[in-house]
Design a protein around this ligand. Structure first.
Ligand SMILES: C[S@@+](CC[C@H](N)C(=O)[O-])C[C@H]1O[C@@H](n2cnc3c(N)ncnc32)[C@H](O)[C@@H]1O
Length: 385
């Protein structure tokens, strides 16, 4: 088994946090991992022993074991030469590494292959500091989300020194994406499930520019309301497929069903040369330099661009925009209140406009909100009427 800390004198001695939350240990559901492998085209009907795939933070091995099953099935059909180069997987946490290493060895032995392949494939260490020889035809996984405040200062300084996109308050997944893209072969594809915040926010700007200038954002699936992980997290995840090809339009899907059969079908549709008429897939030119990416229809985008041209931004108009209060502990602060009214509906008229409101807040609270707004009046309807 390899340890990247043994391989180079240049790797600094740094203390990594061990707690699961401090190293971003949120594991992917197996059907989502299989789906991402389908999306990037890592399928056993191809001679996979001639291709190289990288999993940069393999955790308990949900991607790695799926990769291995596909690789061995393909190898039986197409050949086994070069198998020792076919996979690279990295994991930081020693106990997690150990457990997954043994799972890989067990699967190799069960399928009649040499257990020593695992020693070529798996590396224990920090993906962002490890020497790794590219290029790779595929990079897949779910990189760790770790806020900048949770990264020890010496380590953070080293990451910033190595990764140009890690600026401002960039989360750990930002340099993971940068390094993974930089290791892609010509025509190769990266498929990550990852927080989508960087597609629009300030700290994502340099990574957006890097992608827009050098790669093709082929597929974007908004997974914000889909249970893509094995634990409950508020991470706004998205699946992105980015290839080392000339930039072009993006195929966009919002909130796909996670039924395995439907995921298989969706992957076929998304990989096809032409899309069926009237399906759930939208196509739009999304990447545009460092500017925020808009996953909207062309006419909505044209409207937004017109508004941007004609009007100053809120900040240019003198307003200060902040992120507001974030407790980081929703479970403590968001609860169903035993004293509140059951869900009630109101029709609110305000100036010339009217809209319907459905809320579990007490009628008293809503009345006081609108009482402070001249010209606004709610009329009440109880649920079910
Ligand atoms: C979000 S989990 C994903 C695990 C697995 N890929 C999956 O999809 O279930 C991220 C993993 O990255 C590991 N990790 C955190 N920092 C790392 C680093 N710098 N280098 C390599 N692995 C790291 C964590 O220990 C954790 O197992």
């Amino acid at each position: 088994m390899l340890s990247c800390f043994d391989q180079t004198q240049a790797t600094p001695v740094v203390q990594h946090p061990a707690a699961p939350s401090a190293r971003g240990a949120v594991f992917t559901r197996p059907e989502v991992a299989e789906f991402i492998l389908d999306l990037v085209g890592y399928t056993p009907d191809r001679p996979l022993h001639q291709q190289r795939i990288l999993e940069p933070s393999f955790g308990d091995g949900v991607f790695l074991l799926a990769i291995l099953r596909r690789l061995l099935s393909s190898a039986r059909r197409f050949g086994t030469s070069g198998l020792s180069e076919a996979i690279r997987g990295v994991e930081l946490h020693p106990e997690t590494f150990e457990a997954t290493y043994h799972a890989v060895v067990a699967l190799l032995q069960q399928e009649g292959f040499s257990k020593h392949l695992a020693d070529h494939w798996l590396i224990q260490g920090d993906y962002l500091l490890c020497p790794l020889e590219g290029p790779f035809h595929y990079v897949v996984g779910n990189p760790p989300y770790v806020r900048v405040e949770a990264i020890p200062p010496t380590l953070l300084a080293e990451y910033r020194r190595r990764y140009a996109t890690m600026h401002d308050r960039a989360d750990l997944y930002i340099p993971f994406i940068e390094r993974s893209l930089s290791l892609l072969a010509e025509g190769g594809a990266l498929g990550f499930i990852c927080a989508d915040r960087w597609a629009k926010n300030r700290y994502g700007a340099l990574l957006r520019k890097y992608v827009a200038d050098n790669f093709h954002l082929k597929i974007y699936l908004d997974m914000a309301h889909a249970p893509a992980f094995r634990s409950k997290v508020a991470a706004y995840p998205a699946i992105m497929v980015i290839s080392r090809e000339a930039p072009g339009p993006t195929r966009i899907v919002h909130h796909p069903s996670l039924e395995p059969d439907q995921l298989t079908q969706l992957a076929q549709v998304l990989r096809a040369d032409t899309l069926p008429e009237g399906g759930a897939v939208r196509v739009a030119q999304v990447t545009r330099g460092a500017a925020p990416w808009l996953f909207v229809a062309p006419e909505q985008r044209a409207l937004l661009e017109r508004l941007e041209r004609r009007f100053p931004s809120l900040e240019e108009a003198g307003c200060r925009v902040g992120i507001g209060v974030a407790t980081g502990a929703d479970q403590a602060f968001i609860a169903s209140c035993p004293w509140s009214h059951p869900r009630i509906s109101a029709r609110v008229r305000c100036g010339g406009a009217a809209w319907a409101l459905s809320t579990p807040l007490a009628r008293r609270v809503i009345s006081s909100i609108f009482a402070a707004t001249p010209g606004c009046a709610p009329t009440w309807r109880r649920a079910g009427r």
